[in-house]
Design a protein around this ligand. Structure first.
Ligand code: KIV
Length: 273
């Protein structure tokens, strides 16, 4: 076990994330979309597992996160929740399920919690969805906010470039972050914003701020599993550190297998009954 990996094997709760922030322990978070990978991510000591709507891209092959449905997210989250013995499991509310109609948002939120066994939800947006968030939290469901680059709003932005570089957008982000904390969110993800702004948000909030492309001055980091392990190819934003090249390992293994089948090397005498 790495010296930096938590030796505390108790289930991670929203309260324990708060304690981690208070004692300065950084929070680790990764996405997973199925039982097998979530078992590995959980077993390796990752604190939080996100069933992200990035599944729309890396699992379903869509260009954006918009097409993934509530039913598809629920299907994926069920497997992840079964696997996570220690990690806190967060599920993204997919596009269109939380967008200014609190009653409908609560219905979708309850479906995710009831049908998956996950621990909490993540919702993109600030002021625009604050009533939805209040209603969901009032029903006893923990919510993680998500500000900065919000991929569900790609059609509004037009690009995946760094957000909140201008003062007006930075001020709105800061005020949205405070709004989310006051509404009772237990943490906030900040995606692709200047590091100085992310640090300012983290310092001005009591709840943990988890960054992706938001620098080191926040309380934790999140990456997409398929990107950090090199399963996805050709996506290399500045913030992404690749910890493995599993894409290459899989390609080599499949090539080897195909060759062994063709040459009748596989199966051999020991590999049959
Ligand atoms: O869907 C996702 O994977 C996310 C992360 C990028 C934070 O929201």
């Amino acid at each position: 076990m790495s010296v930096h990996q938590s030796e505390d094997q108790r289930k991670v709760t929203t309260h324990r994330l708060l304690e981690m922030k208070m004692r300065g322990e950084k929070i680790s978070m990764l996405t997973s979309y199925d039982y097998s990978i979530a078992t590995l991510v959980d077993g390796a000591g990752c604190d939080v597992i996100l069933v992200g709507d990035s599944a729309s891209n890396v699992v379903c092959g869509n260009v954006t996160t918009l097409p993934i449905t509530l039913d598809e997210m629920i299907f994926l989250a069920k497997g992840v929740a079964k696997a996570a013995k220690r990690a806190l499991v967060v599920v993204d509310m997919p596009f269109g399920t939380c967008s200014g109609n609190p009653k409908m948002s609560l219905e979708a939120a309850i479906r995710i919690m009831k049908e998956t066994g996950a621990d909490s939800l993540k919702i993109e947006g600030g002021l625009e969805v604050i009533e939805d968030i209040r209603k969901i939290i009032a029903a006893g469901i923990p919510v993680m906010g998500h500000l900065g680059l919000m991929p569900q709003s790609i059609n509004k932005y037009g690009t995946y470039n760094v957000r909140a570089k201008e003062e007006a957008e930075a001020e709105k982000l800061l005020s949205d972050a405070k709004l989310l904390e006051d509404a009772g969110c237990y943490a906030i993800v900040l995606e692709k914003i200047p590091a100085a702004l992310a640090e300012k948000v983290s310092k001005s909030l009591r709840i943990p701020v988890i960054g992706i492309g938001a620098g080191g001055g926040v309380d934790g980091q999140v990456l997409v599993f398929h990107d950090m392990t090199g399963i996805t190819q050709g996506f290399s934003p500045r913030f992404l550190r690749r910890y493995a090249n599993i894409g290459e390992v899989i390609t080599e293994a499949v090539k080897h297998y195909v060759s062994d089948v063709k040459s009748q090397d596989f199966p051999n005498e020991q590999e049959q009954y």
